[in-house]
Design a protein around this ligand. Structure first.
Ligand code: SAH
Length: 370
């Protein structure tokens, strides 16, 4: 099956995050060899919105924040380079991907434990939930294995259908989301570092500097409000942690107060912090956010629509933060993905490829990116 592909951003189903030990039956997908090192390091990529040109942050009239020693946003200085036509044409393919029909990969039944619990008729992408019942220890062990396969399988579905179809699927079968997140949660627990925490730490660190100052967080130009959109937030842990942090910060800081808002979007509202939305089209006005985050959420064949949406909602000088599993990058490094982002109107600030998302030393994949 030929999937939508941007150079450097490989959506072949054997490369999806956490997809391990899959035996492919689909001969249409070119798979010369199964990569051994998968799902190991996540990259965080920080990108600055091109709209910032000529929009130097102003210190005057600041109420919420303290003195602002911002001069030029420091971010523009980094890595503005070539604009390869090759990438441009591939980005252009995005339109085709929108028209793609939902496709369930032929490989889906190749994962045997899953096929036992999965619906036999997937023609309308109906997937049967796993039943919870009393189990013996042995059954529990087997169930854990099954849950792992099940998680990987659902994960793969999300990567190989459009976001529209994913939203439809979760609306129709909300329990699927819960199953997915049970699996996701147990994966995250085994990681030495959760990328959500890396982002929260960034926010904490950069809060020590004035908003819109070099090294500080980006805020809206007049109010200096820090507006974060967490796209594909899962259980909205980021919103919770950021809220806790800023509340405490505002209580204890005598010098500055932070005006902030975190919007959390996902396919299901598992708690009140979350707004249900397909992240290709979120209910926020243009230029209304200062940080847009995709933390392991660039799922769906039309993921470039999500980036376009980020561009739309980001205010001038706003930043796009992305964490992705390294093995998703076709070039193994992410350079070409970054080039595609540049073509979509962003400046590259930095890539951090040192985030470890696996304790399995065999799967460590220590590429240095930029
Ligand atoms: N960002 C969270 C969750 C990552 S799992 C974290 O790092 O902990 C990926 C999440 O993206 C899932 O919750 C999934 O439902 C969500 N997602 C994928 N495609 C989406 C879409 N089109 N719209 C909204 N959420 C989406």
């Amino acid at each position: 099956m030929e999937l939508f592909k941007v150079a450097g951003w490989d959506l072949k189903t054997d490369k999806v995050a956490f997809a391990k030990d899959k035996k492919k039956k689909n001969n249409n997908t070119k798979q010369k060899k199964k990569p051994k090192n998968r799902g190991s390091y996540a990259n965080t990529i920080e990108i600055t919105n091109r709209k910032q040109f000529g929009t130097k942050p102003k210190a005057k009239g600041e109420k919420i924040d303290g003195p602002d020693d911002a001069t030029e946003a420091e971010t523009v200085t980094t890595k503005e380079t070539e604009t390869p036509a090759e990438t441009e044409t591939k980005v252009g393919k995005n339109e085709q991907s929108k028209k793609r029909k939902q496709e369930v990969p032929e490989t889906e039944n190749s994962d045997k434990p899953v096929s036992k619990v999965a619906a036999t008729d997937n023609s309308d992408t109906t997937i049967q939930p796993m039943k919870k019942r009393q189990l013996t220890p042995l059954q529990q062990k087997m169930m854990a294995k099954l849950t792992g396969s099940r998680f990987r399988w659902i994960n793969e579905q999300f990567y190989t259908i459009s976001s529209e179809d994913a939203l439809g699927l979760v609306k129709k079968q909300p329990e699927l989301f819960d199953e997915y997140h049970d699996g996701f949660r147990s994966q995250v627990q085994s990681w030495p570092e959760n990328p959500v925490n890396v982002f929260v730490d960034q926010i904490k660190q950069r809060s020590q500097r004035p908003v819109n100052a070099p090294g500080g967080l980006p805020g809206l130009q007049d109010s200096k409000k820090i507006v974060i959109a967490d796209m594909g937030c899962g259980e909205a842990q980021l919103a919770l942690d950021v809220d806790t942090f800023f509340k405490d910060f505002n209580k204890t800081s005598r010098k500055w107060k932070r005006n902030y808002k975190v919007h959390s979007f996902d396919l299901k509202r598992v708690n009140k912090r979350i707004t249900v939305a397909d992240i290709r089209n979120v209910p926020l006005p243009d230029d209304s956010c200062t940080i847009v985050i995709f933390c392991l959420s660039l799922m769906g064949t039309n993921f470039l629509d999500f980036i376009k949406e980020a561009y739309r909602i980001l205010a001038p000088g706003g930043e796009l933060w992305i964490a992705e599993i390294k093995s998703r990058f076709g070039d193994g490094k992410g350079d070409e993905f970054v080039n595609a982002l540049k073509l979509m109107g962003f400046f590259h600030k930095k890539t951090d490829d040192e985030i470890k998302c696996s304790q399995d030393s065999n799967s460590l994949n220590p590429h240095k990116i930029l």
